[in-house]
Structures are given as C-alpha cells and as structure tokens.
Unconditional design. Structure first.
Ligand SMILES: Cc1ncc(COP(=O)(O)O)c(C=O)c1O
Length: 437
C-alpha cells in the first residue's frame, strides 16, 4: 500500500489516476510527498486566490474553529450575513444565497430564474439559453444547461428545459428566443475550451435582447470571479450588469463555498422553503470567505493584480512573437489567462510539471494560467522562463522556428470572426488588441 496509485484505489476513477500528491503549501508553492517544490499556476483550478496558507486566512479559520463550526440555516449565521453585505456593497446585487460549490450556485440561479417568472404568473416562461463551449458544472441541471456531449453522455434524458446558441452569434440568439424563454446564462470569461473573454459589445447586445424580451441575464463567474479578472467580478470590467451571478471557487480561498447573488426584485421570488442547503453559509466557510474578500478589497490589491497581469501578458506576447509556429494566441483577463497552441498542449503541461511548474489545460490546445492573485513579479518571471524551456524542449521541431515577423494575431482573428457573425464593424478592436486587460 505504498505507492500513490495504491493509496487512492478506493476513490472512484472519475478523476483518472493522478500520481502527484502535495502535503504542504506556502504562498505560490506546493511541496510534494517527495519533498519537491512546485510553482503553482493552477491554484486548485482558480481556488487558492491568496495562494496557500495565507496568514490572514489561517487566523480567520483558527479563530472561527475555536468558536463554532456549524449550526445550520435553522438559525442566524452572522458570518454569512457579514459576507453577504460585502458582496452586496461591491456588486449589483441586493441578496445572496449561499451554497458550497460552483455547480450549486448555478443550480440556485436556474431555480431563481424559473421561480421568478412562476411568481409573476408566467410559469410557461421557463426555458434557459446557454452558449456553446460553456461549462457550468457537473450536477444534472448544470450539465444539461452547458450541453457538452463529452460530459453529458449517459447522464441526460430530455433537454432539461435548456436551449443553446452559438457563442458570439447574436442572430442565432435572436432566433432561439421565444415566449418560453426566461433567461440567458453566460460566462463573461469562458474557461473550458480555451480562455475566451466575451466582447463588451456582445454582452451589451445580449443585455438589450434581455430587456426587449423580458429575460433575466445570469452570469457564471464561478471561475472568473473574486478578483481573478482584475476586478472583483469580470462584468465590472466588461460593462454589462447581470440580474444574477454565480460565484464560488476563489471565494473561500480553498474552503468550499459558493453563492448566487441577485437583485431584490428577483430574489423576492425565493420565499421561505423554496430552496436550501445544509452547509450553505456555514460559519467556518463564511469566515474564510470574509478574510478572502477583506484582502481582495483592500486598497490597491486589485490594481496590483492588473499591473502584474499586464506584466505577465507582455511576457507571454513576447513568447507568442518568438514562437509563432508553436503558439497561437494569448487571451484572458487579470490572472485568468489562456495560452493557445497549434496542437494538443498536454505535452507542455507534462514537461512543465517535470520542471516544477503546475499548469492546467483548457480544452485541447490551451494551457490555463491561474496563479494566486498575489503572485510576485519574480514568480511570474520564473513561470515564463519554465514555459519557454518547455517550448524549446517540446520536441515539436516543425513548430520551433523563431519568426518574429509572423506576429500573433489570434485575438484579432477572434474579433474579426465576431464582427462577421454579428455583421458589426469593430473600429476599436485594435484598441482591445493592444490592451488585454
Ligand atoms: C465557469 C464554471 N462554472 C461552474 C463550475 C462548477 O464549479 P464546481 O466545480 O465548484 O461545482 C466551474 C468549475 O470549474 C466553472 O469553471
């Protein structure tokens, strides 16, 4: 029973058979069972927003763990109420529902949208639209909503009351909206098929369609939220306000907590008994999330994220210019960044792990860079150096011709594609191209 694979033999194999195990974390680094140190650009898939074992999180959890761990929503939970107030004060929302994960925050949002129209006497208005390449989690509702065949096979029967439209295609959306449509769910920054930031004008058009057709706009910021975009939530950078929003992952900094936040008008539909969660807003999780938000909302924290993100983007764009036959594009915002390759990026993730940098893929051809929000400049330098070493050692000789003249234009291609689909001329696209944040 010594090797890692034997140790996890009782765990279901839905996560495959990972070999590496970590026993210690400090700041941006993790230490393995073999005592080796790894620079963590995965942060547990966008969870450890303040890195590992942040002293303020430790203090908050220690303090709370000595007083009360759990009492349930049968009673008031002041830690959850404080957290709700912080979210309300810093977003569009007036009310918060707490749960334990991203997918539960999505489920809550789906229920709130349907219940809202039900409470207004429009029970037939219950279908919800999602976009292609979406990911909203693994519960049955979230799976049916995102409708990705690689994840739904064998699980779904019927369409669950969801429709899907092509990402970026406003006409497709217009055609799908009918009297039964209640809402639209969008990730302002998609994270699964590669990192894709929604264009401001696309979101604005969708918001207009929501107003015209009396639909609710629901943003999934499970991954992009809690400072990862450089703002508390990405919608604040992108200029379109939703009616409700799902948040989780980075909120607890490593402790499971999620929330669906909404305006008063919509939240009013959730009368007593309509929804619930045993652990939702648990004092321990809420204490951790309060400490995370206090740090992220402290003066200059988010400005610093933006500055260091620009620094990382500049370095990645240099790589893009130097290795145009290998690298395709870089997209993202803040510290949610996708580096696109012309082929499957799995080898790069493996090579990086050998060189003690942890990366996670997004889709087939992208690696996702999700460092702690407080990553230092020297740690960014270290990561980019390792990535460059991986490019050089990748053995993809055909792709390794340095050619600065073939400068990257993947982002520009995406924006042109949107302009083509939507029939709009984007005079300012070059401006966006130059300023990824
Ligand atoms: C955009 C988005 N929505 C929802 C989820 C589901 O979150 P969880 O795994 O916490 O249920 C994820 C998880 O990766 C996500 O990235």
């Amino acid at each position: 029973m010594n090797s890692s694979s034997q140790k996890i033999s009782g765990v279901m194999r839905n996560y495959g058979d990972p070999k590496l195990e970590f026993v210690f974390g400090k700041g941006s680094y993790l230490t393995s069972t073999a005592g080796e140190s790894y620079l963590d650009f995965t942060t547990g898939i966008a969870v450890n927003s303040l890195g590992h074992c942040h002293p303020k999180l430790i203090a908050a959890l220690q303090d709370q763990s000595e007083r009360l761990w759990h009492s349930s929503n049968l009673y008031r939970i002041s830690q959850a109420e404080t957290l709700a107030q912080k979210l309300i004060a810093n977003t569009f929302a007036d009310r918060v529902f707490f749960c334990n994960s991203g997918t539960e925050a999505i489920e809550a949002g789906i229920k709130i949208i349907r219940r809202y129209f039900y409470s207004k006497g429009h029970e037939q208005k219950n279908r919800i639209i999602s976009l292609t390449s979406a990911f909203h989690g693994r519960t049955l509702g979230a799976l049916a909503l995102a409708n990705n065949p690689s994840q739904t096979q064998g699980f779904l029967h019927g369409d669950g009351g969801f429709d899907q439209v092509e990402y970026g295609n406003v006409n497709d959306l217009k055609n799908k909206i009918n009297d039964m449509t209640a809402g639209i769910v969008i990730e302002p920054i998609q994270g699964e098929g590669g990192i894709r930031v929604a264009m401001k004008e696309y979101l604005a058009e969708i918001k207009d369609l929501c107003k015209i057709n009396n639909l609710l706009l629901f943003f999934d910021e499970v991954q992009s939220g809690v400072g990862r975009s450089g703002s508390l939530y990405a919608y604040q950078e992108l200029g379109t306000q939703p009616d409700l929003l799902a948040t989780a992952k980075g909120l607890g900094g490593g402790v499971p907590i999620g929330a669906c936040i909404a305006t008063e008008n919509i939240a009013a539909a959730m009368t007593p008994g309509t929804h619930g969660s045993t652990f939702g807003g648990n004092p321990l999780a809420a204490a951790a999330a309060n400490a995370v938000l206090d740090e992220i909302l402290s003066p200059n924290f988010l400005n610093d994220v933006k500055k260091r993100s620009q620094y990382l983007f500049a370095k990645l764009e240099t790589l893009l210019r130097q290795y145009p036959k290998l690298l395709r594009d870089v997209d993202g915002m803040g510290f949610m960044i996708g580096l696109g390759f012309h082929k499957d990026a799995s080898d790069i993730v493996k090579l990086a792990e050998e060189k003690k940098l942890l990366l996670v893929k997004a889709g087939r051809n992208y690696i996702r860079l999700l460092p702690p929000l407080n990553i230092s400049v020297s740690e960014i330098d270290e990561a980019v150096e390792i990535i460059e070493c991986c490019l050089q050692d990748s053995g993809w000789s055909d792709f390794l011709i340095k050619d600065a003249s073939a400068a990257k234009n993947g982002l520009q291609e995406k924006r042109n594609a949107y302009a083509k689909i939507s029939g709009k001329k984007l005079f300012f696209s070059l401006f966006f191209f130059a300023l990824p944040c």
